[in-house]
Design a binder for this molecule. Structure first.
Ligand code: TPP
Ligand code: SF4
Ligand code: MG
Length: 285
């Protein structure tokens, strides 16, 4: 078991910051905790520099609480708002360059399988919509064509948020942003459909509005990726800063989209993944 990696070397107990000591003694490693237990354990991300009301920050918090095996998980991130939070996360994570995150994750997963043949290591890509659906699309899709055992989580804030508000392929038609003044001319890229056609064994769309549903999608994606093949979760996480709504309106923005039927929770599971999930769900992860 890899909790060893987080242990404090003898003699350093008094020197390490309280935050770190709390993580070792009360963190989620090796414990079967999830989003329903938030508030009872030391979280992997508690302080971050993301904007007030950021839907992406809330999604990251839920994502980290949803991991089936945090001590044996490596997140591969990409340039974007989430990359600003990851240096503060108590989890192995690698910052890929903008767009090549799925290529890095593919190689890493293969290496980990060779290095730790008896211990499953979960490799999860967490990247923005620009990194996933635009600049990284080629490498994302080819990882799916190859059926790599990695989960891909897109944090869909429907913009290039980190660079001040350009439209992305995931912005809805007509979107006007600071640096997209004339309005987007085409619809959101149909990433869930692309993922399914490219061979993903599990595909889901979700949002941080419903924490338990969010957790289920993340856990399923990671478990299926462990033993069946590539998986994809698209998280709708609105950005108050670029879409210019109040920070306390983030969840109501999601609710409104849901009501209008523009955003829907969807899940696609191949028969093989279904069979696998039926066998593992309910078991202690
Ligand atoms: C190869 C490359 N192209 C462009 C950039 C500039 N860049 C940095 S972040 C970013 C937008 C990120 O958008 P997204 O992936 O949606 O993440 P968000 O900031 O919205 O979370 C861009 C274009 C870069 N860093 N590297
Ligand atoms: S710009 Fe948007 S996505 Fe980025 S941290 Fe701020 S609110 Fe979050
Ligand atoms: Mg984005």
């Amino acid at each position: 078991m890899t909790k060893q990696m987080f242990r404090i070397a003898p003699g350093f107990e008094e020197i390490m910051p309280q935050e770190y000591r709390d993580l070792v003694t009360h963190g989620p490693y090796d414990r079967n905790v999830g989003v329903a237990d938030l508030g009872t354990f030391k979280e992997l991300l508690e302080e971050h520099p993301l904007c007030a009301g950021c839907g992406l920050a809330l999604s990251l918090r839920l994502f980290l609480a949803s991991l089936p095996a945090p001590a044996d998980t490596v997140v591969v991130g990409s340039t974007g708002c989430s990359a600003i939070a990851f240096p503060q996360v108590g989890l192995h994570n690698i910052h890929g360059l903008f767009g090549n995150q799925n290529a890095i994750a593919s190689g890493l997963k293969r290496a980990l399988k060779l290095r730790f043949p008896d211990q499953p290591k979960d490799v999860v890509v967490v990247a923005g919509d620009g990194a996933t659906a635009d600049i990284g699309l080629e490498m994302v899709m080819h990882s799916w064509f190859r059926g790599e055992n990695i989960a891909t989580v897109m944090l869909d804030n429907e913009a290039y948020a980190n660079t001040g508000g350009q439209e992305s392929g995931m912005s809805p038609r007509g979107t006007v942003l600071n640096m997209a003044p004339t309005g987007k001319k085409f619809e959101k890229v149909a990433m869930p459909e692309i993922a399914r056609e490219a061979g993903c064994a599990y595909v889901a769309t979700t949002s941080p509005l419903h924490a338990r549903r969010f957790e289920k999608a993340i856990r399923r994606a990671i478990l299926v990726a462990r033993d069946v093949g590539s998986t994809y979760v698209q998280v709708f996480c609105p950005c108050p800063t670029n879409y210019k709504f109040r920070p306390d309106e983030t969840l109501s923005v999601i609710r409104k989209r849901e009501k209008e039927g523009v955003f829907q929770y969807r899940e696609y599971i191949t028969p093989q993944a279904q069979e696998y999930l039926a066998a593992v769900e309910g078991e202690k992860q």
